[in-house]
Design a protein around this ligand. Sequence first.
Ligand code: ZN
Length: 63
Amino acid sequence: MPIYDFICTDCQHQFSVRISYAEKKNLVCPECKSTNLKEDYSGYGTSLSFKSTKTSNVHRPFT
Ligand SMILES: [Zn+2]
């Protein structure tokens, strides 16, 4: 199963869950039980790749 990153729009809690696509509909925030969740595409892999590609310039979209 894929791992999805979510941000709760109510309490800003960030978490990752390993669920099926269908289960995304039933997902709630583990902190406040809110269903107002936003999928965090930007965080996926970027925090890790930032460290390992810090000195290389593979692609720099904002420069
Ligand atoms: Zn929450």
